[in-house]
Design a binder for this molecule. Structure first.
Ligand code: NAD
Length: 467
């Protein structure tokens, strides 16, 4: 394990990446693709180790590891391999009239030395995913994975040690102090995934060096269930999106806004789905091997307090509510009768509690969403397309999904990310590649051709002619 805690060691590591970051500017798409293929191969041969690490960290079920940790990364790699040549190619731009005689294009170049700080909830996916973009763009990287998923962080350190020299890609394990020291260094780009609170710390540190940032943050992603929704279909998708990874997903539905006339039917469908997914034989959801656990006691306690707070303030459990501290088991829980004083209404839940609010007309739901910080994702369920269009036009969110949830994360062609409080900048595919790239505008003039003589003195009446 690489423990780089001393400030001197970290800045030395950073210095050591300078020469490499310059030489990578010349690297071809073939060379970068070779590196991506090496990662893909490593993942293939270590699939069982990845599953084991995530099980040890928080009992993440193996199928969830395969589908939500490994598949998004290999899909990101495959997409980059297929498209990298065209992403890197100079893109010609058209010539405006005053520039006639010149040619111009956009040349992407690697930003240089990057820092990737990642969270614990999808620790493999959210570390190696951005790394794929960094490698595709031709950057070096220092990676700081989360201390809350130590087994996966150690595994990531092993992957990097097996495949890369430290002057190209290095992993720094450790707690907040390590991030704090790293953030003092003048990185060319910082890619941070985590909470809005820490996002602000990262952005402040980045400002000292004017390092560019991608901030992939969190928040409360709402779900509107329109009166036109197919409730069985909606419940199937929402319950999966909410309770996969035990609700510890940045784009999980945070709260439901359901039309008052269909609230009871939705709750009934939601209960059927929870039972069907996690306890079809009625043995108790805690026996299910398809349901993960809360990452640590701090988060378990935070969620328990949230639930207690809701119940004290009049919330009603419509399903679940059972918890067990020793195993950090937290039952999928639906709560109705929500009020704005409850912490489930005010804070990002990031766990398996789903508050259900109601509305009577769509404008009410839109106004409520617009009164909150802009969400990472907004979900709309319903077949009334004028209603979905109204929501699309009158709200702001990082992504919007109609008649599904969470799925957009896997769409390589879509920019993924938030807006303001839920994030700055975008990830995935070409958008991730661009996050680690500088789009250099290049203008080429012909020697002896002076089509812009109007710009030069003596100006006389010439300057007037150009406008
Ligand atoms: P976090 O912000 O607490 O930690 C993220 C990383 O930042 C960790 O590596 C941690 O060591 C480091 N860190 C923590 N405090 C720091 C500090 N003071 N200074 C510098 N670095 C610090 O987030 P988390 O608990 O790991 O993850 C949960 C949050 O992340 C939620 O808000 C969730 O919505 C968000 N998230 C967002 C996305 C996304 O793609 N937008 C994905 C996953 C999680």
């Amino acid at each position: 394990m690489v423990q780089k805690e001393a400030e001197g060691e970290l800045s030395q590591l950073f210095e050591n990446q300078l020469y490499k970051s310059i030489s990578l500017r010349r690297s071809s798409h073939e060379e970068r693709i070779l590196k991506l293929k090496k990662i893909r191969e490593w993942i293939k041969t270590h699939q069982e180790d990845i599953r084991k690490a995530l099980w040890q960290d928080f009992n993440k079920p193996a199928p969830e590891v395969d589908l939500n940790e490994i598949f998004p990364v290999t899909s990101e790699i495959n997409h980059a391999i297929k498209n990298l040549k065209s992403w890197m190619a100079p893109k010609k731009v058209s010539t405006p009239l005053p520039m006639i005689g010149t040619s111009a294009w956009i040349q992407v170049e690697p930003k240089g030395r990057s820092l990737i700080i990642s969270p614990w909830n999808f620790p493999f996916n959210l570390t190696i995913g951005p790394l794929v973009s960094a490698i595709a763009a031709g950057c070096t990287a220092i990676i700081k994975p989360s201390e809350f998923s130590p087994k996966t962080s150690e595994l990531i350190a092993r992957l990097i040690r097996d495949l890369f020299e430290e002057d190209e890609i290095a992993v720094c394990l450790g707690e907040v102090e390590v991030s704090t020291e790293l953030l003092k260094l003048p990185f060319d780009h910082i890619f941070f995934t985590g909470s809005p609170t820490v996002g602000k710390i990262v952005m402040k540190a980045a400002a000292q060096h004017l390092s560019s940032v991608t901030l992939e943050l969190g928040g409360k992603s709402p779900v509107i269930i329109d009166s036109s929704a197919d409730l069985k279909d909606a419940a199937q998708k929402i319950i999966w999106g909410k309770f996969v990874n035990c609700g510890q997903t940045c784009i999980a539905p945070d709260y439901i806004l359901v039309h008052d006339s269909i609230k009871d039917q939705f709750i009934m469908q939601a209960k059927i789905q929870i039972q069907g997914y996690y306890d079809p034989s009625f043995n108790g959801i805690e026996k299910s091997t398809d349901y993960a656990r809360i990452i640590n006691l701090k988060h378990f306690q935070r969620l328990q307090n949230m639930l207690n707070d809701a119940l004290v303030k009049g919330g009603q459990i419509a399903f679940g509510g059972k918890t067990e501290i020793s195993s950090k088991y937290f039952e999928p829980t639906l709560i109705a009768a929500i009020s704005s004083e409850m912490s489930v209404f005010k804070e990002e839940i990031f766990g398996p509690i789903l508050p259900i609010l109601t509305y009577n007309n769509l404008q009410e739901a839109i106004d409520l969403i617009n009164s909150q910080p802009k969400p990472l994702a907004l979900y709309f369920f319903g077949t009334n397309s004028s209603h979905s269009k109204k929501v699309m036009d009158e709200t702001s969110s990082g992504n919007m999904v109609i008649n599904d949830c969470v799925l957009h994360f896997l769409h390589n062609e879509l920019p993924f990310g938030g807006v303001n409080n839920s994030g700055i900048g975008k990830a995935h595919g070409y958008h991730g590649f661009l996050a680690f790239s500088n789009e250099k505008g290049v203008l080429k003039q012909r020697v002896g051709y002076n089509n812009v003589s109007l710009l030069r003195p003596p100006y006389g009446i010439k300057a007037k002619q150009i406008i």
